[in-house]
Each structure stands twice: as structure tokens, then as C-alpha cells.
Write a protein that binds this ligand. Sequence first.
Ligand code: SF4
Ligand code: SF4
Length: 108
Amino acid sequence: MKKIASSAALSGRVERIAQRDRPDNWKKPPRRIEKSECITCDTCLRSCPAEFGAIFDRGLDVVIIPELCSGCPACVLECPVDCIYVDEDWTPTDDAMWNHIELTAKGA
Ligand code: SF4
Ligand code: SF4
């Protein structure tokens, strides 16, 4: 039973990636990482639930993809320097990043 729910949740992420959009029924705003404060430890990345998979380490920085972030906010509770903030005014993710996300999603 749990496995079915989990695979349905994961397919939701695949759908969000295909649509490159954030579900209207997510009432909480997404989160964002303040780059100037982040120590790129990847703790948040490991704490983001797999069904969201919203955090990516791009090498020079760690980012949250707002369209994939439910605002749950598991990452906020784990960040050692408290640099993850509510992002009410989020901007859409650019195509280059979406292309990267699609590649990593296929490889998963
Ligand atoms: S708020 Fe939740 S869904 Fe969004 S990046 Fe953090 S852990 Fe992931
Ligand atoms: S847990 Fe905090 S400091 Fe570590 S990578 Fe994530 S946002 Fe940056």
C-alpha cells in the first residue's frame, strides 16, 4: 500500500517536471536559499522528500526549484545556518535548468 502511494507521489514529480509548472493546489509558498549565507553543505538536499526532489547542487551553489517545492518545509528544519526563506515572489525556472533537471530525472 505504502509503495503504491510512494510511486504515485513520484510520478507527480515527473509530471511537474514535464509541465515545468507549480501545482495551483499547493497553498504554501516555495522556499529559496540565500546564496550569500549558504555554506553548500547539501544537508537540505538530503532532507527534501523524494516526491518533491526540489533541491539541486549546481556546483557553485545549491538552489530550490520553486515549481517542485511544496513549501513543506523539511529543509528549513535541517539547515545549519538558517538561510532558507519563504519565497512569495518566486520567478519561473529558466529552460537551461529545466533541461538539466530533465536529464537528472531520466537518470534516476
Ligand atoms: S520546503 Fe520541502 S519541498 Fe521545498 S525544498 Fe524544502 S524540503 Fe523540499
Ligand atoms: S542546508 Fe543550508 S547551508 Fe546547507 S546547502 Fe542547504 S541551504 Fe545551504
